[in-house]
Design a protein around this ligand. Sequence first.
Ligand code: GAR
Length: 213
Amino acid sequence: MKRLAILISGRGSNMEVILEAKLPARVVAVISNEAGAKGLAIARAHGVPTTVIDHRGFATRSEFDAALAREIDRHRPDLVVLAGFMRVLTAECVNRYAGRMMNIHPSLLPLFGGLHTHRRALEAGVKVHGATVHFVTPDLDHGPIIIQAAVPVLPGDTEGALAERVLAQEHRIYPQAIRWFCEGRLALTAEGTVRLREPPPTGGALLSPALDM
Ligand code: GAR
């Protein structure tokens, strides 16, 4: 059984699906930088120990990251899972977990890194949007991509409707990526590329709008 540490800042819906996915893994810690994160109560209800490390209590980013790393390491995780963790980590912290830290981002990277991805996708007029799970590298929102899910952007979509459609796919791809890792099928190579053994067959193309002939 692999040991997972999950880092959150808020709602914790990705954390919740990971907790309920029956993975060959044990979630040994949930750590939040926000005391008010709703996900903390969900973690506790699943019997997972939680810790809050409020970034506001630290003078610098590196001091916060050092405290965070100490707390993570105390639980000896095989994989650190960023699930809506809304803090940029220093290169030193990220490098410490090279090949064993994953993130989920609500866009088809490398498009729309950063915040307000759904609003920006609507503004850009893209017809296909989605979510990405990637290994974390010091390059914010640009680590090696493990899996992506695409959804259509529909006429009349609001930011909320699009966010909901993407989130439903996040909940499918994040447990899948973690499962591959826990099964020993997924790794980050020394060259910085993603290696997945026995990948499932890929489906056909997604077109949006669809062809009418
Ligand atoms: C998710 O949509 C996740 O992709 C996003 O925050 C949300 C957290 O929701 N993460 C980022 O934007 C990271 N750059 P959740 O707390 O319900 O999982």
